[in-house]
Design a binder for this molecule. Structure first.
Ligand code: HEM
Length: 249
């Protein structure tokens, strides 16, 4: 791999995007940006790029809102809302997991500034997904919900996945990073990978016919997990061996 290796993970790397990984959007930032590759230069313009990312991430919910207003959600609008919110929760979660690999492969360090936003949007869609299920699908019937969660494996997995996302969303603030300390915060946020696995499993079991989409997402997740495993193994190598296998650096 010829890409520049970014420094080791900082406390809460990327989570409190602006506060922790930031620093470049200050006075003199333009000068500091001058020698950087174009994508990195653009990614550092958070004031410009963040609204665009927000707008893109809001498109699915805006389309749903428009569909509901125009009565264009199809024959089963509740299922449509569940499907769209569930799919986007998972896609955005996987996107957030792709941030670190992208950073390591390309050297675009500023990409971490968008990770918290992605994680929180994944949680937002998962919450919409769960609310639709509880309110519109189950009419807040606690008995029915408990029965569903305990008797249908894929619903159990969905619920477990949501519960994994919950502490990640709560502790995504700079205050929580400080309170937990970088190492503990990073360890806790590894739960995002487990949530990815849970989300993909839930998707597999939820779809009745065509499994192309869940398969694709499973493949993406496998690549992300594979890269993580490889890098972790690499970082555990004894000094001597590392030196032998990394002569290009
Ligand atoms: C909180 C507990 C959860 C419950 C009760 C739940 C329930 C459901 C239900 C009822 C469906 C609709 C299945 C159908 O089309 O008939 C569904 C689909 C789905 N859910 Fe969940 N879910 C939960 C959590 C999650 C989470 C956390 C994610 C993602 C990270 C997720 C992703 C999906 C996906 C991708 C689908 C399939 C959409 C499709 O068919 O295209 N779910 N879920």
């Amino acid at each position: 791999m010829t890409a520049t290796r970014p420094p080791a993970a900082r406390p809460g790397e990327g989570a409190a995007a602006g506060a922790v990984a930031g620093g470049a959007a200050t006075a003199g930032g333009a000068r500091a940006r001058a020698g950087l590759p174009a994508p990195e230069r653009w990614l550092r313009r958070t004031r410009l790029v963040k609204p665009v990312v927000w707008a893109l991430l809001l498109i699915p919910v805006a389309r749903l809102a428009w569909g509901a207003y125009a009565d264009a959600l199809g024959a089963n609008p509740i299922e449509k809302i569940e499907d769209v919110t569930g799919r986007w929760a998972l896609r955005i979660l996987l996107l957030s997991l792709a941030v670190t690999p992208l950073r390591r492969l390309t050297g675009w360090n500023a990409v971490v500034r968008y990770r918290r936003l992605l994680g929180l949007f994944a949680f937002f869609y998962a919450t919409m997904h769960l609310s639709t299920y509880i309110g519109l699908d189950m009419f807040f019937d606690v008995g029915d919900i408990v029965e569903d969660v305990t008797e249908r494996l894929w619903i159990t997995i969905g619920m477990a996945t949501f519960l994994l996302l919950l502490p990640l969303a709560v502790t995504s603030t700079t205050g929580w990073i400080r309170r937990l300390g970088g190492a503990r915060w990073n360890r806790l946020h590894r739960l995002a990978y487990a949530a990815g696995v849970g989300g993909v499993l839930h998707y597999f079991l939820a779809v009745k016919k065509d499994v192309t989409q869940p398969l694709l997402l499973a493949l993406v997740l496998a690549v992300l997990l594979g890269l993580r495993w490889r890098w972790k193994r690499g970082s555990r190598r004894p000094e001597g061996r590392t030196a032998r296998i990394a002569p290009r650096q």
